[in-house]
Design a protein around this ligand. Structure first.
Ligand SMILES: Cc1cc2nc3c(=O)[nH]c(=O)nc-3n(C[C@H](O)[C@H](O)[C@H](O)COP(=O)(O)OP(=O)(O)OC[C@H]3O[C@@H](n4cnc5c(N)ncnc54)[C@H](O)[C@@H]3O)c2cc1C
Length: 457
């Protein structure tokens, strides 16, 4: 068993933990990052599957994600735009594929008017929400007590309008059934991206990718930390007192003045805290849960849809794969489509055999792109639900009423134990940008306590 002493021990080598570790090290503190997996990056994972480079986890960057953009620039990484020439496709209740341009789906004029009216209302509500303090809004408790679906149904009788409004924050973002998330969680999701309109604008929210894959961000951040990153070290026990912490993983013991839990909060309960965490944390952490989405990758010899004048962008609240995009790699002649199957639909297809699931998902993609979509040369499903050290995708959100009840306490340190994760971010909530922001914030909080700790100077 290796025993070391550092100023700060960081549990988890995702974007949040590695950002915090780099900030602290730059300021002169000594750090150790303990990572459960045999790789860094957490929910960022770029891999080659049957010869195709795939972004198994997070990949897109939007223009408002300035913390991530700064990091990407600082690391010297190159970005490229998602392919978006040509028509998008919408499959409506008639089951037919309708081509369209712009942001508004090709729906009946009265449905379009309903979508526009409720979108304006949502933008107005979102403008009043501080993404760092959604619980501070005067109507927070009221908006947290009604489900996203129930609120939308109160606004409109038009089922197609409601389904289209619902999925932007539901299946597409929080990846839970719309009856399981509150209106307030939906507003936070939208506020974290600047507005509800931003979320539904694929050209904004899914703007750019990193050449060679987004996992290079954590890989390069880890490279700067060198021997201070320890892989295959799932942390099992964290002993703490006013004097500091002792963290024990399978192969190491680290003594430090402070600890940062840089893992998804749903996994805190995997660690034995000695003494136990306070009542508030015990309760609060039970009200958070991961969403669930399958990211489906289908690679073809050519991007055949482009020859049909299609951009690859496709949506339908009636389809198994509710959204899909051209996800071809930079400079790659082959074409890649990425589709998403969320929450209840994901449960449904995981009850099937792998072959049946693949057939069902590819059939759904063929409704957007035609029969050529049925025969990819590489097919892969990112299944984060079965990853022991993540347990879902994309991130965690509170149950109905949980955000207004507990949100204000989620980022609070307990003695020497600090926290950082995309799942507690304001701007960039549930995104890499939010993870980096939380990593920076926790590092600055620890640096403020430096005089008190007498560490690293
Ligand atoms: C399929 C998918 C698609 C996504 N798409 C996008 C996208 O396009 N754009 C975007 O911005 N975001 C996207 N995201 C979200 C984004 O990837 C995450 O929000 C972000 O990477 C989370 O970073 P983090 O550091 O907060 O947490 P994580 O990446 O989860 O890192 C936590 C780390 O802690 C480790 N850990 C857990 N428990 C322990 C323990 N006991 N001991 C030691 N280590 C432990 C884990 O192994 C992990 O490495 C996507 C996520 C998924 C899964």
């Amino acid at each position: 068993m290796t025993e070391i002493t550092r100023d700060v021990v960081i549990v988890g080598a995702g974007a949040a933990g590695l950002t915090a570790a780099n900030e602290l090290k730059k300021a002169g503190l000594s750090v150790a990052v303990l990572e459960a997996r045999d790789r860094v990056g957490g929910r960022l994972w770029t891999d080659v599957i049957e010869g195709a480079m795939l972004e198994i986890g997070g990949q897109w960057i939007s223009p408002d994600q300035t913390a991530l953009i700064e990091t990407v620039d600082e690391l010297g990484l190159e970005t490229f735009s998602r392919y978006r020439e040509g028509d998008s496709v919408y499959v409506g209740p008639d089951g037919a594929a309708h081509r369209f341009q712009g942001e508004m789906f090709p729906v009946a004029p009265e449905t379009e008017a309903e979508i526009a009216r409720v979108t304006d209302l949502l933008d107005e509500m979102v403008a009043g929400i501080d993404p760092d303090r959604p619980w501070a809004h005067p109507q927070a408790a009221e908006w947290d007590a009604i489900s996203w679906d129930a609120w939308l149904r109160e606004q409109s009788d038009d089922d197609e309008a409601v389904r289209n409004l619902a999925f932007a924050t539901g299946s597409a973002m929080l990846t839970k059934p719309t009856h399981a998330i509150s209106l307030l969680e939906s507003l936070l999701m939208a506020a974290s991206a600047g507005s509800y309109s931003h979320l539904v604008d694929a050209d904004f929210i899914l703007d750019k990718r990193v050449v060679g894959g987004l996992q290079q961000v954590p890989l390069l951040l880890a490279e700067r930390l060198g021997d201070d990153v320890f892989l295959n070290q799932p942390v099992r026990t964290l002993e703490w007192s006013d004097e500091g912490v002792t963290v024990t993983s399978d192969g190491m013991t680290v003594r430090a003045r402070r600890a940062i839990l840089a893992l998804a909060p749903v996994l805190y309960s995997r660690i034995s805290f000695v003494p136990a965490l306070p009542r508030l944390q015990h309760q609060m952490h039970q009200h958070l849960s991961m969403g669930f989405v399958i990211k489906v990758h289908a690679v073809y010899e050519t991007p055949f849809w482009r020859e049909k004048g299609l951009s690859g962008t496709a949506f339908s609240p009636y389809e198994l794969s509710h959204e899909a995009y051209d996800n071809s790699n930079h400079g790659d002649e082959r074409g890649t489509l990425v589709g998403f199957v969320s929450d209840l639909n994901a449960d449904g297809v995981f009850a099937l055999s792998a072959q049946e699931r693949k057939e069902r998902i590819l059939t759904s993609l063929s409704h957007y792109y035609g029969p050529e979509a049925l025969d990819p040369v590489v097919y892969y499903e990112s299944d984060w639900g079965s990853e022991e050290w993540t347990r879902g995708a994309y991130a965690a959100s509170f149950d109905l009423g949980g955000l207004s009840r507990y949100g204000a306490y989620l980022r609070e340190a307990v003695g020497p134990i600090h926290v950082a994760c995309s799942d507690m971010a304001g701007a960039g909530y549930q995104h890499v940008d939010g993870a980096i922001r939380m990593g920076r914030l926790v590092a600055s909080q620890i640096l403020e306590t430096r005089a008190e700790d007498g560490s690293g100077s």
